[in-house]
Design a protein around this ligand. Structure first.
Ligand SMILES: NC(=O)c1ccc[n+]([C@@H]2O[C@H](COP(=O)([O-])OP(=O)(O)OC[C@H]3O[C@@H](n4cnc5c(N)ncnc54)[C@H](O)[C@@H]3O)[C@@H](O)[C@H]2O)c1
Length: 347
């Protein structure tokens, strides 16, 4: 049962799974947010809603996505944290009823679907934000500032990693769209955002080294990518679902004058075998929820600022298109065993 009288911003969170639970807590921590949690599993929605202590002091309600779109006048905004395969339909529903939305990456499973979402958002004139939370990370932001200010000189090389300590469950892999679209897409967005350049050519290699279910869905659990940017910068990237030492997210940007490295801090899951080396000294990150908790909070606060009319979106729906194009190119390269130029990848 959704309340009909409220002050503040009434936000419906769709999807209360791994990331949705964290987003529910982050939204509940914002004083002006009145939250309703919706999930295809009503028991999960109820359990998550009842476990929250909202800063607004208003009880968190629970419902289903269908009920949200049946009564859109009761809401001011939607946060979509459902499986990737459901995003397009839910985004199009937001556009149909005129509700601004935040959507977890990727916006849709393919380029045609992403373009349909972008067109619908534009026609509806609603605000949108994509869940590329690294744009709200202090180190990625500082790297961007240094690159854009020319402090690194001319950037020649970038190296990036996103490696999970443990694989996601089979149910997630079945609907994720594969490691390039699901996981490395964060690095691709960060690459575009930090350097301001576009990827023009890629080559990818992949392997299944762990759970067999990656093979079942045509996915891999180890991937390496080479990319060339439009100014000649060369990029290497690694992604894994089996990084025993911990959750590893890094970006190293090297220029003719200096270097900027994101993720080189005490919780980086690296082990130095240099005699006497005592860095890094802390327990490593275990997963994205711990590593990016602050960023998820910041990106959702930024979204609420957009909904309240205090800011414009820092990562709107259009930002999803080029990142997805690169991720798809990597998939084609891996499957066909050849370099792929980005102009080949059209919707
Ligand atoms: N930004 C990040 O760092 C990050 C991290 C993890 C996941 N994600 C993205 O978040 C999304 C969800 O991932 P997850 O790992 O939380 O998945 P999950 O499978 O753990 O949770 C998904 C939840 O959505 C519910 N659901 C399914 N269809 C629904 C519908 N139509 N309406 C309402 N609820 C529905 C499911 O019952 C489940 O509770 C994916 O798109 C994924 O790419 C982003």
């Amino acid at each position: 049962m959704v309340q009909t009288t409220y002050s503040g911003i009434h936000c419906a969170l769709l999807g209360a799974g791994r990331i949705g639970r964290g987003h529910a807590a982050a939204l509940a921590a914002i004083e002006e947010v009145v939250l309703t949690v919706a999930d295809a599993d009503p028991e999960r929605a109820r359990e998550v809603a009842q476990g929250l202590k909202p800063a607004s002091g208003t009880a968190v309600e629970h419902t289903t996505a269908e009920q949200v779109f049946a009564c859109p006048e009761e809401y001011d905004a939607v946060v979509i944290a459902t499986p990737t395969a459901t995003h397009e339909e839910l985004v199009l529903s937001c556009a149909r009823v005129g509700l601004p939305f935040f959507c977890e990456k990727p916006l849709a499973s393919d380029l045609a679907g992403t373009q349909r979402c972008i067109d619908a958002v534009s026609q509806a004139g609603i605000a949108s934000q994509i869940g590329f939370q690294r744009r709200f990370d202090p180190a990625y932001s500082e790297a961007r500032r240094r690159v854009r200010a020319g402090e690194l000189g001319q950037v020649h090389r970038v190296h990036m990693l996103t490696c999970d300590q443990n694989p996601p469950p089979e149910s997630f892999v079945a609907m994720s769209g594969g490691i390039w679209r699901d996981c490395l897409i964060h690095d691709i967005d960060a690459l575009r955002w930090v350097t301001g350049r576009e990827v023009v050519e890629v080559m990818a290699f992949g392997q299944v080294r762990g759970a067999d279910y990656f093979r079942t869905y045509g996915d891999i659990d180890e991937g390496v990518a080479l990319m060339r940017l439009d100014d000649g910068t060369l990029v290497t990237a690694q992604t894994s679902r089996n990084n025993g030492q911990g959750y590893d997210v890094r970006m190293e940007i090297s220029g003719t004058r200096a270097n900027a490295t994101v993720g080189l801090e005490p919780k980086v899951p690296l082990v130095s075998v240099e005699p006497g080396a005592d860095f890094p000294g802390s327990e490593p990150w275990v997963d994205f929820i711990a590593r990016f908790a602050d960023c998820y909070g910041r990106e959702l606060r930024a979204f609420i600022d957009v909904v309240a009319g205090r800011a414009t979106s820092r990562c709107d729906a259009r930002e999803a298109l080029e990142a997805l194009r690169v991720a798809i190119a990597l998939g084609v390269s891996y499957e066909q065993g050849r370099p792929v130029r980005l102009e080949e990848i059209q919707s």
